[in-house]
Design a protein around this ligand. Sequence first.
Ligand SMILES: [Zn+2]
Length: 251
Amino acid sequence: MDLNGIEVGSALVVVAHPDDGEFGAGGTIARMAAEGAEVTICVVSNGAMGSNDPDVARDVLIATREREQRAAAAAAGAKDVVFLGYEDGYLEDGNYIRRDIIREIRRLRPDVAIGPDPSTFFVDQRYLNHPDHRAVGLAFSAAVNPGATTVPLYRAELYDQGFGPHPLKAALLMTASNPDCYVDISAHMDTKIRALQAHVSQLGAYGGLGDRVREMAKLTAEKGATGTEYAEAFKAFFFEQRPSAQGEVKP
Ligand SMILES: [Zn+2]
């Protein structure tokens, strides 16, 4: 499929928590999948902070969130979900997380990788970004460059184990503070909402979820002057020449 000038056969979406991928890129995931790309979602944490009810057992919560993430991925049309199992709420950019993300990039060999923007500390006056999102954003950025293509990095655990370098065609950062790439998700809005609704333990009680998500996607389309009904926004990096993409990336 053609994603803003990039030919995408497969994509890897790296997120901190179950539900981050559906919030930040659910429409893009649904569109890539619907148009024939294989999408894998890699969740770095185990989701164990997903309830403030002291009576909810930790193991039950982790299992619930894994099940919900698999259901959300299936609803969006993603092929698979990988859980790295790091402790939710305590994520820090570091060599283990970097190594594991590089391994997934080299194992799955996607054309495009999507991850959180590490530079987003806050959004307007309404949201202080979760530190796990920033931590995964930093590790993801390091995994994209130089991690994905540098043989000596973690060589004993990666290259020597058969995980050879893999150049990505592009990387997109979700929840970007300065987005410059807008993806038309107009035909996939309902799918994005259905995928979000699969996270029952997190969003089941959120009555206005669908309306809110539509409103945000409409505002994003307006901000990007996409001329489409709905859009998702990213900070984009293109690592190959894209002669067909002129004019599709907004400044
Ligand atoms: Zn999150």
